[in-house]
Write a protein that binds this ligand. Structure first.
Ligand SMILES: NC(=O)c1ccc[n+]([C@@H]2O[C@H](COP(=O)([O-])OP(=O)(O)OC[C@H]3O[C@@H](n4cnc5c(N)ncnc54)[C@H](O)[C@@H]3O)[C@@H](O)[C@H]2O)c1
Ligand SMILES: N[C@@H](CCO)C(=O)O
Length: 348
């Protein structure tokens, strides 16, 4: 049985959910053919902790926010991200810090430090993937390690790897979907009569929203996801700034009620399309969909994405688009991909 030592960078909702799964259900990973052991954690709130024999997850998960790793063996009050990523005995760095839609930092540096020190890196952070994905994937390949990021789009619901592996041989000309759990949840709650702010607050409590929820409501989260899908699946080579973006911040409770009365539902739709002349058009915008539209019935934090292909027509996948546990599963699927790579290298 292989044991993968993990360094958790960021100990918020998603990485805590991963730690809870490892604490509560170690047998789940044994059935996959490997064991997971957390040997390092860093977080702005707690500092850093490195214990090569494995951190007692029950103890650290019981620590309230506001306490510090200082005083624990291998503990420090500062996050010390670079030292931990480069020098801890981790095989896999698990990056789940805040997403920056501007430059992807500090996550871009976290990913680079991991790759440069010969460690695999898995992340749910959209910033490095949308802004520097190609460069980081090339760097990972040059260093013989994996850079995996399934959770960057639609949390644990398989989208990127599914399309890359299972839609091979098809011509893929457009991708359209509901790609933000928070805004879809908020629009649904507004249909039920809540105000925008109240609905956002609920989404925050449920762990769907970004640290700054204006990214969800203003469309910049979907803009990053559209750029990722465009580059990963349509070879588009675009930047998030190339995606024309309008959020749902100007949709009022009245707009929502009027649409409902007319049999329509407001949805935030992300889309990328290859035009007949080969150019790429990418947009994020609210659209009032008729009840019969395939995306109109997608409710709550559920997301859906539809791939337009030449031989199959539309292929649609729906599932959770946000949530702590759902996104922690994306990290597990990435570690499975790392394991396939490692086992393939052992056999070769
Ligand atoms: N929660 C979801 O549903 C979801 C879904 C898909 C992707 N994501 C992405 O996954 C990442 C993590 O999400 P989350 O819900 O756990 O966020 P979160 O805000 O709950 O946790 C992020 C943690 O990272 C820590 N952090 C921030 N900057 C740091 C730094 N420089 N060094 C060390 N620690 C740092 C924060 O203190 C915080 O504890 C984000 O990038 C988010 O966009 C989240
Ligand atoms: N804040 C994001 C998390 C998933 O990327 C959402 O609500 O969809």
């Amino acid at each position: 049985m292989t044991t993968y030592n993990l360094a958790l960078i960021g100990f918020g909702g998603v990485n805590r959910a991963l730690a809870e799964l490892i604490r509560d259900e170690p047998g789940r990973f044994a059935s996959l053919g490997f064991e997971l052991r957390v040997v390092a954690i860093t977080d702005l709130a707690f500092g850093s902790l490195v214990q090569g024999d494995g951190i007692d997850l029950a103890s650290v998960l019981a620590m309230p926010r506001g306490s510090s790793f200082e005083g624990l063996p291998g503990g420090s009050p500062d996050p010390r991200n670079e030292d931990v990523i480069r020098n801890s005995p981790a095989d896999v760095v698990v990056e789940a810090t805040f997403t920056s839609p501007i430059d992807g930092e500090p996550a871009v540096s976290h990913v680079k430090w991991a790759i440069e020190s010969g460690k695999h890196v898995v992340t749910t952070n959209k910033g490095p993937v949308a802004l520097r994905g190609q460069e980081l994937s090339t760097l990972a390949a040059e260093n013989g390690v994996r850079f995996e990021y399934e959770g960057a789009v639609m949390s644990g619901t398989p989208v990127i790897r599914l399309a890359q592996k299972m839609l091979g041989g098809l011509e893929l000309n457009a991708v359209q979907g509901i790609l933000n759990g928070t805004s879809n949840y908020v629009l649904g709650r507004m249909e039920a009569g809540l105000g925008l702010d109240e609905a956002i607050s609920e989404a925050q409590d449920l762990g769907f929203a970004e640290a700054d929820p204006t990214a969800d409501i203003g469309g910049s989260d979907v803009r990053l996801k559209v750029a990722i899908l465009a580059n990963e699946l349509l070879d588009a080579n675009i930047r998030p700034s190339d995606v024309e973006t309008t959020g749902i911040q100007d949709i009022t409770s009245d707009d929502v009620a009027q649409a409902l009365a007319g049999g329509l539902r407001w949805k935030l739709i992300g889309e990328v399309r290859r035009e007949d002349d080969g150019s790429i058009a990418a947009t994020v915008q609210p659209v009032a969909l008729p009840a019969g539209h395939p995306l109109a019935g997608i409710s709550g934090a559920t997301n859906a994405v539809s791939f337009t292909t030449d031989l199959l027509g539309a292929v649609t996948v729906s599932g959770p688009g946000a949530g702590r546990v759902e996104t922690a599963y994306a990290l597990i699927s990435d570690i499975i991909a790392v394991d396939e790579f490692v086992q393939g290298a052992v056999r070769a």
